[in-house]
Structures are given as structure tokens and as C-alpha cells.
Unconditional design. Structure first.
Length: 250
């Protein structure tokens, strides 16, 4: 019996070791506004693939710096602006780069609060000038586009003075829900949160989708797992998660 127990334990260790050998830790860099998406998508991929995700969420400028500084990673799902940086783009296997999802910009207010008219550029401008505070994340690709909209409307200086610069997009909705800012302005996929209501999308003349793009690192340590992740982003399950997160696939 002792011999049988010993053999059983040894066999268990061998099987466990084989399982560990096939389950890799995949290092991902992901845009900060995709936190909610990955609360759904991450566990789905881990269950389907057996791989473990180690995810670093960040803003576009920080992502570019992270990549260019040589910090190891296997794959990314980030704003396409990352790939506009020539040095950052050189760190990827070029054939692996694909657009995965896109989302437009919008405005939220505290639930139950009056909603301003933002249906036209002039109405949007008037609404922004009227409020005392706006929550956003300027240090991001989305924040850079919002700044351009302010410049186009001729209110850049006024909006810098009244913008609460939050470190992560996920903090925008809670800040508005608590009444610490009158409006929140960012990508609409980060607004699916309690205590806030969508005022509306940007006026058509000012609207632009932010595209999120994936790619595998040219020197990925887990290249097979990274490719499996990119492939998973094209599956019906991933596409459904992208839609539920308030984004358009592709």
C-alpha cells in the first residue's frame, strides 16, 4: 500500500508538472480604458486557453515609454496611437498588428441631474462653458483628442482650468456620480457605471472613433500564447464581450 501511495503521489506530481508546462503566463499591456472589458474578456481567455494573463493597464504615453524602454511584454491591446510612434511600432511583429475594436466619445452627468444640450458644436461649447467642473483623463490618446476638440471650439484655456485630471478612465464615472464633477468626458465604453447617465455622444461634426489595436511583441517570450490571444480576439465570444463593453468590433 505504501508503494502504491508513493507511485500515486509521484504520478500526481508528474501530471501537475505537465499541466504547468503547458500553462504560460502571458504579459499583456492594455489601454487603461479597457479595464471593464478585460474583467470579462480576461477570465474567458484564461479558461479557454489555460494560459494566465498578467495585465498592465496604462495610458498611451506611458505605454509608448514602457515599450521603448525595453520592458518585457508578449502582446498588447492598445490605442492605435501607440503604433504611430515609429520606435514603439518597431518592437512588434508587423504581421500580427490588427484593429480589434473602436468606440466614440461622449458625455455623462450624475444620475437625475439636468442634462445639457450637446447636440451641435455650438450647444456643446455653451454647455461646457456653463459647467464648473469636468472629469477626464487628459494624459491619454483619448484625452489628446478631447483637447483638440476644445481647441477647435476655441475653449482650450477655459477647459484646462475646469478639468479634473484623473489618473485612470475608470475613475471618471465615480467622480461624476459623487458630484465631484458636473460632467464626465471620455470614451463612452468607460461610462457603464452606477450613479451616472449618458448625456449623449459628441456632436457628429466633432465625433471620432478611437481604435484599439493588438499586436505581438517581436521578441515575445510566450509567442505561441500571444498569438493564441490575438486569435481569441476574433472569436464570437470575444466579439460579444466587446459589444457588451459598449464598443464596436473591428
Amino acid at each position: 500500500m505504501t508503494t502504491l501511495r508513493t507511485l500515486a503521489i509521484a504520478l500526481g506530481l508528474i501530471v501537475s508538472g505537465m499541466h504547468m508546462a503547458t500553462a504560460n503566463e502571458l504579459k499583456l499591456i492594455v489601454g487603461g480604458s479597457l479595464t471593464a472589458l478585460f474583467s470579462e474578456l480576461g477570465p474567458q481567455f484564461e479558461k479557454a486557453s489555460g494560459h494566465k494573463l498578467s495585465i498592465h493597464f496604462d495610458s498611451t504615453p506611458n505605454i509608448i515609454s514602457r515599450i521603448n524602454s525595453g520592458t518585457p511584454f508578449d502582446a498588447v491591446l492598445v490605442p492605435s496611437d501607440v503604433f504611430k510612434d515609429v520606435t514603439a511600432k518597431s518592437h512588434f511583429a508587423q504581421a500580427s498588428i490588427i484593429d480589434v475594436a473602436r468606440v466614440g466619445f461622449g458625455v455623462i452627468a450624475r444620475a437625475g441631474a439636468p442634462k445639457p444640450d450637446i447636440s451641435t458644436p455650438d450647444a456643446f461649447k455653451a454647455a461646457l462653458l456653463k459647467v464648473s467642473s469636468v472629469a477626464s483623463t487628459p494624459s491619454s490618446a483619448a484625452g489628446a483628442y478631447i483637447a483638440k476638440v476644445y481647441e477647435r471650439l476655441g475653449i482650450a484655456d477655459a477647459m484646462r482650468a475646469k478639468t479634473q485630471a484623473l489618473p485612470a478612465p475608470s475613475a471618471i464615472a465615480p467622480t461624476v456620480a459623487k458630484g465631484d464633477a458636473e460632467l464626465g468626458i471620455f470614451l463612452m465604453n468607460v461610462f457603464n457605471a452606477p450613479g451616472v447617465e449618458l448625456v449623449g455622444p459628441f456632436p457628429a461634426d466633432l465625433q471620432q472613433d478611437l481604435v484599439f489595436t493588438s499586436g505581438v511583441a517581436a521578441d515575445a517570450r510566450q509567442s505561441d500564447a500571444a498569438k493564441a490571444f490575438i486569435d481569441y480576439l476574433k472569436t464570437p465570444a470575444a466579439i460579444a464581450a466587446i459589444r457588451v463593453a459598449g464598443m464596436t468590433p473591428g
